[in-house]
Every structure is written in structure tokens, then in C-alpha cells.
Design a protein around this ligand. Sequence first.
Ligand code: FES
Length: 340
Amino acid sequence: MSVTITIQPSGRTFTAEPTETLLESALRHGISFNYNCNNGSCGKCSARLLSGELGEILPHDHVFKEHEKAQQRILLCRAKPSTDLVIEATEANASNQIAEQSIDTIVHKIDAVADDIRILQLRTPRSQTLQFLAGQHVCLSIDGLAPRNKSIASCPCNGMYLQFHVREVPGDEFSEYAFKHLKTRQKVNVSGPYGDFLLNEASTRPIIFIAFDTGMAPIKSLIEHAIALDKTQPTFLYWLVDEYSSHYQGNYCRSWVDALDNFHYIPLDIQYQNNKSVDIDRLQDGLKKTAEMIVTEHPQLQEYDIYINGPAWLFSDMQEVFTAAGVPSEQMTIDSMKRY
Ligand code: FES
């Protein structure tokens, strides 16, 4: 039977199963406690038990000092609950609350989801998972290549398996390497996390996500995080790709529509190429028309939170259209990181 965990001082609550550690339950519910090793050695997930009874305590190497024991210190990654609990713990809600980490991962899987898109999954050591917030990016370093920033496409609920979306871009060193040479079990160093493309967790406003091409990666992370948080407000995902590309995770997006009451997925093709090279004017025109269509479809747009992922210079017209429709700038979050 599940129990309720109340966190102080925030007052947030989450449900936990007696078979799971408190850290596992919290991550599953989108709560970001400080942690690192997930095996009881680093001590970073230390919290105070204020009331209630613990169940099983898994073995751990971290040793609490006498005064910490007197304070009822526990390790969230080792303790399972047996009753409702009140704990005092630090939650990370902003990028500056998470320390920069450097982790040697290995390539777990490379999926060819389209001719020109690979989904790369990296696996951290079990004892050194990545703590990050949904929507953030990391720097990937492979021996012999210049480091490359990439958005994490997976959700912080699993810091051990990290997903990235890679587009084939001829002439781009990282992209060409990922398509031609990268192998499973190869070492990739991950440093980070970085960036403030974060979900406004406190907001109950309807949400519009706009993803451009592989800019779907951090949007997917935000949506999975919103689902973990049980967000119930109406949510609209517009995914824009060019006419020669594909909505390579379209089925996954449709599964959100099936599973969630208030989720809407709108795949859009934007035609902006001439003989397979980008026509900037057509592209900006297409983005502006998309923005105008969104304004028409959502007459109360000023009441929405809007998250846009893609190169910022492409989205200036779109932003202007939304601003003219009354959307305050603080309700528009744009991630303008370069990505392929
Ligand atoms: S002791 Fe390291 S995360 Fe719990």
C-alpha cells in the first residue's frame, strides 16, 4: 500500500511504495532531491526524518556522525518507507542549485529512427548518475572530437540512461561521427548540466510547446517531467519539421494523446527549402504563419505558458506575433542552443 511523503520546508507531497527507496519514488514524481551515487556512499541525498516510520534500509557505506544520527538523518537513496513520513530535504528547482558533474558514460544504444536521425542513449555508471532538471543540456566529449553541447531528451526521473537526438548534417564533425563511427560501449564523457530551459512547475496555466526539428529533444524531457508531476492543464505540442524530414517520434507523441486527458499533438510540415537548401525567407515566413495559426487557435493566448525550442533568430518573428497577442515575455521560454 502506498504511503504519503511530505517534504519540509516546501510542503510538497508525493506518494511512495514501501518497495521503493524514497529517492526512486521522488524522482518518479518529478521531485529533484540532491543526489549523486544512488548507492549510499556519497551522502548527498541526506535528509532528516521528522515523523513516521521507515521500513527497509539498504546497506550503505556513508557513515553519519553522532550529531547527525541525533538529528534523525537518513539517506533517501537507501531508505524505504513503511508509514506516511514527513522529511526535511533540499529540492533543486533552479539550475544554480545543481552542481556541475563530469561522468564517463558508455554508448548504450544508437537507434536509427529515420534516415537522417539517430537517437543516442548513454548509460552512466550505476554509482554516478546525472542529476539534472528537465530541459537542460550537457556537453558531450568524445576522444578526438571537439566537445558538443546537446539537449537531454530524457527525463530526470532516470539519471542513468540519457537520451539525445542527433540529426545528420554533412560537414558537421559531431554529426558525421555519430552517424559513421560511434559504436555501442564507446566512452563518452558527459559534463553539466547547463541551461535554464525549465518548466515553470508552479504554473497552472495551459501550456504550448513548440519544437523545431530535433529541438524536440528538450521539449520531450519537459513533457515527460510535466507528466511525472501530474500536471493536468491543457497542453499543446506543435512539432515543426521541414518537408524532407519526419516527425521521428510521432508515435510516441500520439501515445501521450492516448494516455493523457488534456494533451494535444499537432505535427506540422514547414516548406522552406529550395533544391534541398534552406531558404531563410521561406522559413521565417513559415514560422510566422505558424505563430499566426496558433494565435487563431488559442484566442486566450495571453493566459498560456509557451516553450519554444530552436535557434532564437528563427523565432523572433514568432515571438513578435505572440507578444502582439498579449503574451507576457515571462510566459515565453526560449531555448536557443545550437543543435543538430
Ligand atoms: S548516498 Fe549518494 S545519493 Fe544517496
